[in-house]
Design a protein around this ligand. Structure first.
Ligand SMILES: O=C(CO)[C@@H](O)[C@@H](O)COP(=O)(O)O
Length: 230
């Protein structure tokens, strides 16, 4: 595996504590080398304080370790399920960032309420359904990826590059690991803004579709975004 991708994934993982998105060893970032069908991901349970680029783990698309002295992140099957389903995705982030996780625990999608949201996400940030007892007791991480993929089935995943898994937490993605981290930071910020806005005005309404279209299209080009009421 080229060391460049390990360096990129290492730098993206180190951005998680820097942006306050993780505590202890929570969270993980990966990136895919689609030409070689390999994924580089954070090692499981290793402190960000001591982590190095050489600690990044390289796995094949079935999750077999190809390089690395540590176990790959416990969420590796979730990352792989998304890479297999969505060819546009190049990097994935999972965190337990406080406000996005709170919306996940409440079972509520993060509503699109303003232009900060609309600059990055073309709709509400959906909350998945609950996993069934069988899905939880089976391969939980793989089933989490499949539930996310099903929730995104009718959308362009780079138009809303994030989702919250019910009673678990946020996953974000992008064309690169760095873009995925950027989207994860924005997701946490708009989750916090939406929580505060709801407290200020429980009767607030979603962003108007023409304002959503104006902002998202300005950054991402014309698109048929989806999901907004009105
Ligand atoms: O969500 C969880 C655990 O619930 C994991 O993302 C978190 O503990 C990080 O695990 P890894 O260190 O990536 O194996």
């Amino acid at each position: 595996m080229t060391d460049a991708l390990k360096e990129e994934v290492y730098a993206a993982n180190m951005a998680l504590p820097r942006h306050g998105l993780v505590t202890f060893t929570w969270g993980n970032v990966s990136a895919i080398d689609r030409d070689r069908q390999r994924v580089v991901i954070k090692p499981s349970g290793i402190s960000y304080d001591t982590m190095t680029p050489e600690d990044m783990v390289v796995v094949d698309m079935q999750g077999n370790v190809l390089e690395g002295k540590y176990r790959p992140s416990s969420d590796t099957p979730t990352h792989l399920a998304l890479y297999r389903r969505f060819a546009q995705i190049g990097g994935i982030v999972h965190t337990h960032s406080t406000h996005a996780t709170a919306w996940a625990q409440a079972g509520l999608s993060i509503p699109a309420l303003g232009t900060t949201h609309a600059d990055y996400f073309a709709s509400d940030i959906p909350c998945t359904r609950a996993l069934t007892e069988e899905e939880v007791n089976g391969d939980y991480e793989l089933n989490t990826g499949l539930v996310i993929a099903d929730a995104l089935a009718n959308s362009q995943p780079l138009h809303t590059p994030g989702i919250i898994v019910y009673q678990h937490g946020p996953f974000a993605w992008g064309k690169t690991a760095d873009e995925a981290v950027h989207n994860a930071v924005v997701m946490e910020e708009v989750a916090k803004m939406a929580w505060i806005a709801h407290g200020l005005n429980p009767h607030l309404t979603p962003i108007d579709s023409y304002l959503m279209e104006k902002h998202f299209s300005r950054k991402h080009g014309p698109h048929a975004y989806y999901g907004q009421a009105k």
